[in-house]
Design a binder for this molecule. Structure first.
Ligand code: LIP
Length: 271
């Protein structure tokens, strides 16, 4: 299916409205108190009732507006559609920050043409809302990237040894050990590291010039579907190592020249 910029802009307007409504409810639920509803891959990989309620609310609003679309979300089973479009949803990205009331969590919603697989999707629209700060990072294919009404562009001409780089860590002990070993290799070669705790906000910050690069091993498609389009529309490059697409094996994002430097450094230590 081909999509023109106007169609993508319409999808973005709907995704933005849904993310803002869902975010307002999530803030209100957080105010009333929060607890861990369950754990997933490990005892620290948590899900709260806010995660589940928010995804349920998002799914309902999507299907009310576009009943033939598919939905691929973090907390519920895939909803198979017939339109060829899939909504890739992380209802609360940065769940641990939500639990600890650290104001760095987001509602991340993307619309892609094709399967919910970054190696094969064509992202059309993406929005990342920080419901606490009210910041709205967004992009549509061919429509540019914005933070509110500010056009975004990644930082250009930043050499690796002056780069402020964000990353994150998974929940499984062995994965955390290997991620720490990669960090030991990277940290002496860059300006500094930031660990925000939400991939979607990391990618929004990169597009806004608040970071120079971001990499992470172990992300799911819903973590980066929206933020990846926002980075691309802000002039950044996003992908994996050795020419691969971004995946759970590796996601790297930066301006093109720094992307090449950072992937070369990571390829020295990541097999
Ligand atoms: C989070 C990611 C973050 C990663 C965290 C966690 P969640 O997603 O956005 O980049 O470092 O470990 O996976 O689990 O809060 O949706």
């Amino acid at each position: 299916m081909t999509h023109d910029a106007a169609a993508s802009a319409d999808l973005l307007a709907l995704a933005r409205r849904i993310a803002l409504v869902a975010g307002e409810h999530a803030v209100e639920e957080r105010r009333r108190g929060i607890s861990v509803a369950a754990t997933k891959s490990t005892p620290t990989d948590i899900v709260t009732a806010v995660d589940r309620d928010t995804e349920e609310r998002i799914r309902s609003m999507i299907l009310d507006a576009r009943p033939d679309d598919g939905i691929f979300g973090e907390e519920e089973d895939t909803h198979v559609g017939s339109s060829g479009l899939n909504w890739v949803v992380d209802p609360i990205d940065g769940t641990v920050n939500l639990l600890y009331d650290i104001p760095a969590w987001s509602v991340s919603i993307a619309v892609v043409d094709g399967p919910p697989d970054p190696a094969h999707w064509n992202a059309l629209a993406g929005v990342v809302v920080n419901p606490v700060s009210g910041e709205v990072f967004e992009a549509s294919l061919g429509g540019g990237a914005r933070l509110g009404d500010r056009e975004l562009h990644v930082n250009e001409d930043v050499p690796l040894n002056r780069a402020l780089v964000a990353t994150g860590f998974g929940y499984a002990v062995e994965r955390r050990r290997s991620q720490a070993e990669v960090l030991v290799h990277v940290l002496p070669r860059i300006r500094d590291i930031r660990r925000i705790g939400s991939a979607a906000l990391d990618l929004g910050a990169l597009a806004a010039g608040r970071l120079d690069a971001y990499y992470e091993i172990g992300l799911n498609p819903w973590d980066h579907a929206a933020g990846g389009l926002i980075v691309r529309e802000a002039g950044g490059r996003i992908g994996g190592l050795r020419g691969e697409a971004e995946s759970d094996r590796m996601l790297v994002a930066a301006a093109p020249a720094l992307f090449d430097e950072l992937t070369a450094l990571l390829e020295e230590t990541v097999v």
